[in-house]
Design a protein around this ligand. Structure first.
Ligand SMILES: Nc1ncnc2c1ncn2[C@@H]1O[C@H](COP(=O)(O)OP(=O)(O)OP(=O)(O)O)[C@@H](O)[C@H]1O
Length: 258
């Protein structure tokens, strides 16, 4: 089942004499259950794309369908409902509220969904268990490590049981151990909870946890690679494609992913 369709998407910022083309006739789709990475050089349009799918930004032309809904046709109220119920966001800016406990931070999105679901406690227990946060629920964000805070942000993104999770550089500020841990949890969400994940990343190691990578350059579709064997082999494919997209030659040596 198709969950995201990006159809001839174009985004131009600025005015007549200062036009910046961020997306240029970009089309692709994502099926339910995929874990897709979006990669490309700096300025390629990755964040613009994610922001449009998140409905934080709007395209100049083209359309985005999520779960059978054309976002470009929704009014403000419908878009707000879409953001609350259909998508979960894991962005680098965590936006955890320091005055609330971990438990309250995680369940906060449910207070915006009237009527509040009757199974809040069960949902909380489930996502806390999934992300290994059960022992931390009574703490406050300042009492956690960055990796733990990032997992709280992931739990908050999941509590509304969204069909689609959007992640923008979710491991960007983490050290490699915490990054690997978070990526393992995202993989678990994808495989065991059947969540569709779309993740923007610069980092080939992070991307190697996905099952498909779409590369964009200058706002347009460039190529994609799909995982078929080991994560190491997929990582090698990603590094090769990065070399190609950056116009360079082949890599000289293969770093290990583990
Ligand atoms: N609000 C804006 N106003 C004008 N130009 C913008 C705006 N947002 C992004 N751009 C431009 O659009 C292009 C795409 O930006 P975007 O942030 O989507 O790229 P990116 O691939 O996410 O880059 P990076 O990897 O460096 O984060 C860039 O040239 C950028 O300068």
């Amino acid at each position: 089942m198709r969950i995201v369709t990006v159809d001839h998407l174009t985004k131009i910022y600025g005015h007549r004499f200062n036009r910046i083309g961020a997306l240029n006739d970009l089309s692709f789709h994502i099926d339910a259950g995929e874990f897709v990475g979006i990669m490309g050089p700096s300025g390629a349009g990755k964040s613009t794309l994610l922001n449009i799918i998140a409905s934080i930004d709007t395209p100049t032309t083209g359309s985005v369908w999520v779960g059978g809904i054309d976002l470009t046709q929704l009014n403000d109220a419908a878009l707000a409902k879409y953001r609350r119920e259909q998508v979960g966001f894991i962005f680098q800016e965590l936006n955890l509220l320091s005055d609330l406990t971990v438990a309250s931070n995680i369940t906060l999105p449910l207070t915006f969904v009237p009527p509040a679901p009757s199974d809040i406690e069960a949902r909380l227990a489930h996502v806390a268990d999934l992300l290994d946060l059960t022992g931390l629920l009574a703490r406050y964000p300042t009492e956690l490590s960055l990796g733990q805070r990032q997992r709280v942000a992931a739990a908050r993104a999941l509590i509304t049981q969204p069909a689609l999770i959007l992640a923008d550089e979710p491991t960007g500020s983490l050290d490699s151990m915490a990054a690997t841990e978070l990526l393992s949890y995202l993989t678990k969400l994808n495989l065991e909870e059947d969540r569709t994940i779309m993740m923007v990343t610069h980092d080939a190691f992070t991307a190697s946890f996905c099952n498909r990578i779409i590369f964009i350059r200058d706002g347009a579709y460039f190529a994609e690679v799909t995982r078929s064997g080991s994560r190491q082999a997929f990582f090698d494919q990603i590094i090769d494609m990065e070399a190609t997209i950056n116009g360079g030659g082949k890599r000289r040596e293969t770093p290990r992913v583990d």
